[in-house]
Design a protein around this ligand. Structure first.
Ligand SMILES: Cc1ncc(COP(=O)(O)O)c(C=O)c1O
Length: 356
């Protein structure tokens, strides 16, 4: 058998590891910020109906411009968006990758403010784009002044702002996004993967008149659709045209398109648990605070809990009880997804026992 080291792979990839949160089959999985409520049967039936219709046409390539889906996404987002301003891909990770393929590359520098979603660095690397990660302020927030100053210093071609930010849960005020946009000439991508859980307004309202602004979204979180792999973005129609240059032909399969349209048709049911998830998120914050830990205020469906003496012991202790959470490599911190009421009860109960 050949070893990875024996292969003539690209020199800059030597020694790199694939991204991957552990996928461990335990009863309570709170490690990748999925929506842990299942798919309602009525939604599943609509998906089956839509994909069954699509199955009859699988001998043909799918509509590579997927205008029907783009129109439905535009309507879902509101804000007078046209289908031409919407793009979709296999998860918002693929949106990010296509975005870096178009606007990044060896001549470009991307920057973001960390700790933030680790795939930005990975995608920058695989698209040969320089990546600079600047620290967030002490409470993990960002101010207009700070963002403006750092962007003006760094002179990047790409800035990524994650709001609410993974892993801290911190939302961004629109004036910070406006300040970032006005501080450079390049492309600003606001990653709103968790926006549906936030009480702060979406940056979609900033799109008119800002052709260098891109808002990326996903169906993997609030929509409870992580397994279908559907991410999307809204931007100026010219940006969408640019994305079409790098996308592989027919990248969004007919089955994915059909499933996504079924999800949008039944979005009321799929999104029905958002308020319940927010209640559980706030319950986690209050619960762990009482245990002497320091949760960060969160606008998302997860909480970053600070103050553990030994994260490894807690992670393994919870795992032994059938609960997986996320160790994102910040000392003393674990990130937990807000799930159902029963999952939260079990999490808080086991955590209290472990801390005792
Ligand atoms: C901030 C953020 N952006 C993007 C993604 C990618 O999600 P997906 O590719 O499932 O749309 C994630 C997934 O965890 C995320 O946390």
């Amino acid at each position: 058998m050949t070893n990875l080291d024996d292969l003539p792979i690209r020199p800059d990839l030597v020694g790199q590891l694939p991204y991957g949160a552990p996928q461990i089959d335990v009863p309570i999985r709170l490690n990748v910020n999925e929506n842990t409520f299942g798919i309602p049967e009525e939604v599943a039936l609509r998906i089956v109906q839509r994909t069954a219709e699509a199955a009859l046409t699988l001998n043909r390539y799918p509509d590579r411009e997927f205008m029907e889906l783009r129109q439905m996404l535009a309507e879902f987002l509101g804000g007078n968006l046209a289908a031409e301003q919407i793009w979709a891909a296999n998860g918002s990770n693929e949106i990010l990758q296509q975005f870096f393929q178009v606007f990044g590359g060896p001549e470009a520098k991307a920057m973001s403010f960390g700790p933030t979603y680790s795939m930005y660095a990975n995608i920058a690397r695989t698209t040969l784009t320089e990546y600079q990660l600047l620290p967030r302020l002490d409470d993990y927030s960002l101010s207009s002044e700070y963002v403006r100053e750092e962007i003006q210093k760094a002179k990047p071609q790409i800035v990524i702002l994650c709001s609410p930010n993974n892993p801290t849960g911190t939302g961004l005020a629109l004036d910070v996004i406006e300040a970032a946009y006005n501080s450079f000439e390049g492309m600003l991508l606001v990653d709103e993967a968790y926006q549906e859980f936030s009480d702060s307004p979406s940056a979609i309202s900033l799109l008119p008149g800002r052709p260098r602004l891109v808002i990326s979204r996903t169906m993997s979180k609030a929509f409870a659709f992580a397994g279908a792999r559907v991410g999307y973005m809204a931007a100026d129609a010219a940006v969408v045209d640019a994305m079409r240059i790098v996308r592989l032909p027919y990248h969004l399969s007919a089955l994915t398109q059909a499933a996504a349209m079924a999800a949008l048709e039944t979005s009321g049911q799929l999104l029905a648990n958002i308020e319940q998830i927010k209640v559980q998120r706030d319950r986690i914050m209050v619960g762990v605070l009482k245990m002497g830990l320091s949760p960060l205020p969160s606008d998302a469906n997860f909480v970053l809990i600070q103050g553990f003496q030994d994260t490894h012991v807690i992670f393994e202790g919870l795992l032994a009880k059938g609960i997986i959470v996320r160790d994102i490599g910040i000392p003393g911190c674990l990130r937990v997804t807000a799930g159902t009421e029963a999952e939260t009860t079990k999490l808080l109960g086991e955590l209290a026992l472990l801390l005792d």
